[in-house]
Write a protein of this length. Sequence first.
Length: 255
Amino acid sequence: MTRLKRGALCAFLASATALLVSAPPAQAIINGEKATESYPFMGSLQNPQSPRPDGHACGATLVDKEWMVTARHCVDGRGGFDTMKVRIGSPRVDRGGEVIGVEKAVWPSGGIHGDDIALIKLKRPAAATPAPIATDVPEHHAPVRILGWGLTGTKMIPANWPKDLRQLDTERLPDGKCDDSGIVYGKEICIAAVNGRGAANMDSGGPALIKTKGAWTLVGATSGSGADPNVEPVDPTVYTNVTIRADWIKSVINS
């Protein structure tokens, strides 16, 4: 399969000028709709390195009262954990829910490619209800819902930084559809863009969800894409397969 450099769907830059010049190739939950229901497990990982005044940098999903799943590239090398916090359970990135500091973050040993996943430990238990981890990924072309506060347009400018949580109903694609992004078969899943809509810069770490017995369950965490916005603004997005990391997640939580 083709191995291209994947653009991580997050950005930590010192100024708006640097942002406009240096932002990595990325797409967005462009034209996604405002969240139509409550997602108590959804979190905004906030970091003072973010160029946004609300501090939003990545998404995260509560899977235990004290632990959240995000992308490794959202925390590895992104500054001290004591400066990070997570707003949990609010559709607004700047108010509501509960704000809890980050105690630490851990990730699997080895390289990040194919294992772009991390667990954030909160400084205190959250009141919100965690999301269960799905037992398996959905079949090809089965429905998937993605969430995030990432860009609402292709340019990294303040006008595209949403305050309200966005959602998009999409589907899982055959892995080969993400070959251009260097997908690792089995360890990652390919999620479709829909009519020019897809996951975004600053949607990194956020969830891909499926309905299991009427409840949302977590199947993936946004990793990134090799898309070039000057050629094709929205391509399918690679998500880390969270389901195959369920045992590792349990071992960390129980350690």
